[in-house]
Design a protein around this ligand. Structure first.
Ligand SMILES: [Zn+2]
Length: 273
């Protein structure tokens, strides 16, 4: 397979009086060589690097090498671009720090409108395409739970769609096929509805500790797996559906039952009756 990537076209940073913007072969750069975003640190980890260089450079892959056909699907540029920031942290620091960086992106998410906009009318989706797009990818990585597969998908997207225009559906189908997991309901909820899926639970018994749990989501039959602490030091997958299920955790009490919110971008709600 011939790999023809963006860099045959060149890569330059051009100083500008405004903050930054991706452009093929010449990125507008105005961060004044400061760390973070014009000197502001919103990273949650202590930002020691130049945000504009990393984010805008990510667009050489997500935006220039792969470009969406319709700006309704621009999360492919901005979601993967924002996720690339976390990969930079993972490469230069470690996975735990990258997870903290991703979790700090949560405060930017508004859940105001769907991430994907209406097609064919020159309309972007919500500004959540950045942080929520990134956190959806983080969530999907943890559903796949196999980093070899995950990184083969990230690299595969760049090779198999190089220098093409794509749709959200193509990206969705590719990631489901390559991971061997049907991610369609996950994409549907995170990209086409404004709200996050809600993990609802109610305590069924204090001793032994048992709960009932289910998803409340817009997508029919939403059944995303999540990890939860279901025993002392045991964090494993559970498989909620939209129907109530029961799990007994005799070694736990309510205070140490935790769904892995650091790995899955969801809401959690205790239902009291
Ligand atoms: Zn961007």
């Amino acid at each position: 397979m011939a790999i023809i990537l963006f860099y045959r076209d060149g890569y330059k940073l051009v100083e500008t009086p405004y903050l930054g913007m991706e452009h093929q072969s010449a990125i507008a750069y105005g961060n004044e060589y400061k760390t973070g975003y014009a000197g502001t640190d919103f990273s949650g980890i202590g930002q020691t690097w130049d945000y504009i260089i990393i984010h805008e450079t990510a667009h050489e892959w997500w935006g220039n090498n792969i470009t969406t056909k319709d700006i309704a699907d621009m999360w492919v540029h901005e979601g993967f671009g924002s996720y690339a920031e976390a990969l930079y942290v993972e490469c230069t620091s470690n996975n735990a720090t990258a997870i903290r960086y991703l979790n700090a992106q949560k405060k930017k998410v508004k859940n105001d409108l769907p991430v994907v906009g209406p097609c064919d009318v020159n309309c972007e989706g919500s500004g959540d395409m950045y942080a929520k797009g990134s956190l959806m990818l983080h969530t999907i990585r943890n559903i796949i739970a196999d980093d070899d597969v995950w990184f083969s998908i990230i690299k595969g997207l760049q090779k198999d769609f190089a220098l093409q225009t794509v749709t959200t559906s193509q990206i969705e189908n590719y990631m489901s096929k390559k991971s061997g997991k049907d991610l369609s309901k996950v994409f549907e909820q995170y990209l086409r509805y404004k709200d996050l899926p809600v993990f609802e639970y109610r305590v069924k018994s204090e001793t032994p500790f048992a709960i009932e749990y289910r998803w409340r989501a817009d997508v029919d039959g939403f059944d995303m797996p999540v990890k939860a602490t279901i025993g002392i030091g045991v964090r494993e997958f559970i498989y909620p559906t939209t129907q109530w299920q029961t799990i007994e955790m005799p070694n736990l009490s309510q205070k140490n039952f935790k769904v892995a919110e650091d790995l899955f971008f969801i809401k959690i709600k205790e239902v009291k009756e």
